[in-house]
Design a binder for this molecule. Structure first.
Ligand code: COA
Length: 152
């Protein structure tokens, strides 16, 4: 498996994985819009098989003045629990150490009942910093707010 930047030829499969992974999924057009912005503050990574180019998972991160947010992350159902999401988050941390993308902290929201994601973030060093009532729709649910300090 390798992790590389997402490009437009990945979007069909990325949008397909997103649709089966998130109750309020990003559309093909949402990914396309983010990709078109490419101003150095948006990181769009995918985990792929380097031989077959099969897409296992992806992560999209927005950054403004050192504050980043994971806006979407998912792994295709058949490839979960193999360390792929953890690898994507580690890659973000690695990039922030080595490149000009300066990240002070990473924030995110997660559905209260999303145990796999909450456990993933916990394992990756995120801490709960708040709760937003009824943040999500379809179904209505609170968001847990989590944060990880990267470069204090
Ligand atoms: N139950 C409990 N803990 C889980 C878990 C599960 N189903 N899935 C992941 N974890 C935790 C574990 O601590 C795991 O480490 P371990 O396997 O050594 O115990 C750690 O997260 C890393 O797991 P990893 O294999 O890297 O996660 P993944 O590649 O399966 O991806 C998600 C995790 C959440 C991205 C994946 O389940 C997914 O795509 N879910 C649907 C989309 C989603 O909910 N996105 C997050 C929105 S906020």
């Amino acid at each position: 498996m390798i992790i590389r930047q997402m490009n437009v030829s990945d979007l069909e499969e990325v949008a397909r994985i997103e649709k089966v992974s998130n109750p309020e999924p990003w559309t093909y057009a949402d990914f396309e819009d983010s990709l078109a912005k490419e101003d150095g503050t948006i990181l769009m990574l995918i985990a792929v098989d380097e031989v077959s180019n099969q897409i296992f998972g992806y992560l999209v991160l927005y950054t403004a003045s050192g504050e980043s947010e994971i806006v979407t992350i998912a792994v295709a159902p058949d490839f979960r629990r193999r360390g792929i999401a953890e690898g994507l988050i580690e890659e973000v941390l690695d990039i922030s150490q080595k490149s000009s993308l300066y990240i002070e902290e990473i924030n995110l929201e997660v559905r209260f009942s999303n145990e796999p994601a909450r456990k993933l973030y916990e394992k990756c060093g995120f801490e709960i910093v708040g709760q937003r009532p009824n943040f999500y729709h379809n179904p209505k649910e609170d968001a847990i707010l989590m944060k990880r300090i990267v470069n204090a």
